[in-house]
Design a protein around this ligand. Sequence first.
Ligand code: 6MZ
Length: 365
Amino acid sequence: MEWCMSMPKVELHAHLNGSIRDSTLLELAKGLGDKGLIDFSQVEHVVLKNDRSLSEVFKLFDVIHILTTDHATVTRITKEVIEDFASENVVYVELRTTPKKNEAKGMSKRSYIEAVLEGLRAISSVDVCFIPHSEELKNHSNPISISAINDKCNENTRKKIFVRLLLSIDRRETTEAAMETVMLALEMRHFGVVGIDLSGNPAVGEWVTYLPALKFARGQGLYVTLHCGEVPNSREIHDMLDFLPERIGHACFFEEEHWKKLKSTKIPVELCLTSNIRTLSVPSIDAHHFVDLYKAKHPVVLCTDDSGVFSTSLSNEYKIAASSFGLGRKEMFELSKSAVEFIFADNTVKEDLRNIFSLAAKNLE
Ligand code: 6MZ
């Protein structure tokens, strides 16, 4: 299914630290091992392990964060992750990441995001468009903004990828910490931050803790996407749907009343097939809720979640959907194209993406 690779795709649910290449993680672990800061053989075992329960995945993230939370590494992994998506013809990605403090490295939440932006600027193999076009117009006296990093990019034949950022609130955080992330997102809007994600170990924390920050974000015009129903928690799923987020991720442990509510609200769902199977959040691919939602014509988008941790790619997710659910090339193309309507970037970007898909459709005929 070469076409899964070559057709344009839109990635709306990808966590930066979950999308790191294994080779990079091992190189970083080796570096810290050589300095005597960690036991490399232990970390190597954890990184290369393939089957993990959901709770083991969060233990792995704690290990990954030890390896990656310094400015240079955050810049490096951002660059590599976007290059990897571009190489499989992802034309728009909303990359999400949790801004982190690391006092030992002089890192604040703000400098963490600046390091992410540095990573976007460092990419040269493809045009990366992450500065909203409206910002470029506003600042056109500033030569730095007139560069190949804004939405207009150059109109030549070079490959181009649109990138927008979502700042994640980790469920371990307090209301104050969540609010700090939202304030940062507001400050960073002109660098392509479009929204807030709520993620982290679903066994931890309470919805009411994050609600004030999420309400504030919404009031300020930021988009919100929530990890919803990753574990059975009927009350929380109910409350999350009541909030009417612009999108939700996963929706694995929904009950009848939740499905009804979801379908009536038409909230788009980010579906991560491999992630759900690996973490045993769904019993089997045949039983995946993709089937029901797709048949009901509910808005869904296929995503990777953590392409590094789950050894997958967006092309692979499309391949799995096509072969598991008996969908043909045309149907998969339409599915990919429909994701454009659920992105958080503005209409100018949507229009550009619609054109990219129209052009690709001609090649499909
Ligand atoms: C919930 C997840 C997740 O933010 O450090 N994360 N949260 N469910 C999942 N499904 C498996 N996968 C990743 O990326 C890693 C962080 O993203 C969240 C977790 O908070 C994890 O620590 P960043 O770039």
